[in-house]
Design a protein around this ligand. Structure first.
Ligand SMILES: [Zn+2]
Length: 288
């Protein structure tokens, strides 16, 4: 059984969540993760072997997701202390590796978005990003790619799973139009890849579909960038069978969530997600 260790500005919510899933989460009784320890890792910057990870919090202030976003019963949400909301963020991650800079997702691109200010605080602007790798094409992940209609990352090569791109291109009722427009602005610098492909800097793209048609997790070294695989950590880390309403294919999303966390634990990876509460790095420990 895998072990999860949680870093960061941990609040009581997470500790409660780790202990309280009970029998409500799944039919096979295996929903609750085996969590045996907690650790603190509160820095916005994390060094993992030869890579440096910067947490770029895009939303202003604190963020709580409404409990109704999740299909978990009120009784469970109450027991987890989540009736007021699920601690969250909109985040992107900058990884420095071998002198190159990879930006994983780009936040909302809203008027109060902080992505560019966060980059600025590191002495960087859009032109300093070598690669943009997108977990999926929801607006809170690609919104920062254009600013006032202009391309922000004007030197970057952009990577998207072909399965994700095709899924949105074929979406009915014009639902994919905005995503196609944004990506189209990057012209020949847009690269569509297959799962398992090795991308620049040794990044490996892993299928994590369910949330969207071609949702992608990225592994670089011992880091797993999980995108929206886990939307509400305080609920879904210990009770992975519950979904956020944003998961387009819920059956697949549950299967993927379980499989990907098992993989992370088998490999001893550190996991970050775009809606984890700020600076919550999850260390997955290998079995002894
Ligand atoms: Zn999202």
């Amino acid at each position: 059984m895998s072990k999860l260790k949680h870093g960061a500005a941990m609040a009581a919510f997470a500790i409660a969540a780790l202990c309280s899933c009970g029998g409500n989460a799944g039919s096979d009784g295996a929903a609750q993760a085996d969590v045996d320890s907690l650790a603190t890792r509160a820095d916005m910057t994390l060094v993992l072997d030869s890579i440096k990870v910067h947490w770029l919090k895009d939303n202003e202030g604190d963020k709580l997701m409404p409990p109704a976003l999740f299909d978990a019963p009120d009784s469970l949400m109450s027991r987890l202390g989540l009736l007021e909301g699920v601690p969250s963020s909109v985040s992107a991650f900058l990884v420095e590796c071998g002198g190159r800079r990879i930006l994983f997702d780009t936040g909302n691109g809203a008027a109060d978005s902080r992505l560019m200010a966060e980059l600025d605080s590191l002495g960087l602007d859009g032109g300093d990003i070598d690669y943009v790798m997108l977990t999926h094409l929801h607006g809170d992940h690609i919104g920062g790619m254009l600013l006032d209609g202009d391309v922000v990352f004007d030197c970057a090569e952009v990577y998207v799973a072909r399965q994700e791109y095709d899924g949105w291109r074929q979406m009915p009722d014009g639902k994919g139009a905005r995503a196609m427009e944004v990506l189209g602005r990057y012209g020949e610098r847009l690269h569509l890849f297959e799962y398992g492909d090795s991308l620049p800097c040794g990044v490996v793209a892993l299928e994590a579909s369910g949330h969207t048609p071609g949702h992608t997790a990225y592994r670089i070294g011992q880091l797993l960038v999980a995108g929206d695989l886990i939307h509400g950590v305080a609920l879904q880390l210990s009770c992975p069978d519950y979904c956020a309403s944003y998961d387009m294919d819920k059956v697949r999303a549950v299967r993927t969530r379980r499989a990907m966390m098992d993989y992370a634990c088998d490999e001893g990876l550190t996991v970050v997600g775009m809606h984890f509460p700020p600076t919550l790095y999850v260390d997955c420990l290998m079995d002894e």
